[in-house]
Ligand binder design. Structure first.
Ligand code: ADP
Length: 187
């Protein structure tokens, strides 16, 4: 199973992706987590990425694509993976297609988690208080939502056109949302 999970910041992608990947027995590949790990370790990639992340902007495709390529070509990703936070731009969609085509692979399904904007902002502000993530301030949250609407929301049309998109209601209890995702994937 090669899966992508999409949804606006605060939709609960990371939470759901962790559970779904474990249930399906595939690695959870989160670009946000990979960037944060690089920032934490102070790698050159982390130093580059941090400037963009702190402003709520996307890290340049050139940096992101290379990082994802390195990760999904690891042996543990050979049977499948769940991509969380990638692709986020049309260029990344094309790049991912090429990475997979090179190994005669393709994406099997794209899950879009839908939530309402007010709820999302509330969740992110709550997470800011609990975890203190640098990009969870009100201004940066607003910017991340704008960037998502401009650059990433259009990707759902691309995957819908390929008949790969499943929309899942992301509102409600975490376990209920997980159940919805797994049942949508089983269809
Ligand atoms: P969220 O979806 O809640 O914004 P993530 O943890 O997925 O959080 O991502 C945090 C930040 O990492 C993003 O705001 C962006 O700066 C960067 N990032 C993550 N994935 C990508 C990507 N595919 N392309 C560019 N930047 C990315």
């Amino acid at each position: 199973m090669r899966l992508v999970i999409m949804g606006p910041p605060g939709a609960g992608k990371g939470t759901q992706a962790t559970v779904v990947a474990t249930t399906l027995g595939v690695p959870h590949v989160s670009t946000g987590d990979l960037f944060r790990a690089n920032v934490g370790e102070g790698t050159p990639l982390g130093l580059e990425a941090k400037r963009y992340m702190d402003a709520g902007e996307y890290v340049p495709d050139s940096v992101t694509n290379g990082m994802v390529r390195d990760r999904i070509t690891q042996p543990d990703c050979h049977p499948g993976f769940l991509l969380d936070g990638y692709p986020r731009t049309l260029e990344q969609v094309n790049e991912l297609d090429m990475m997979l085509a090179a190994a005669s692979q393709s994406i099997d399904r794209v899950v879009e988690l839908t939530v309402d904007t007010d709820e999302v902002v509330e969740r992110l502000l709550k997470r800011a208080q609990e975890q203190g993530r640098a990009d969870d301030t009100a201004d940066v949250i607003r910017r991340r939502l704008e960037v998502y609407a401009e650059q990433t929301a259009p990707l759902t049309a691309v995957y819908a056109g390929r008949d790969l998109l499943v929309r899942v209601d992301g509102m409600g209890e975490v376990t209920e949302v997980t159940r919805r995702i797994l049942s949508a994937l089983a269809d």
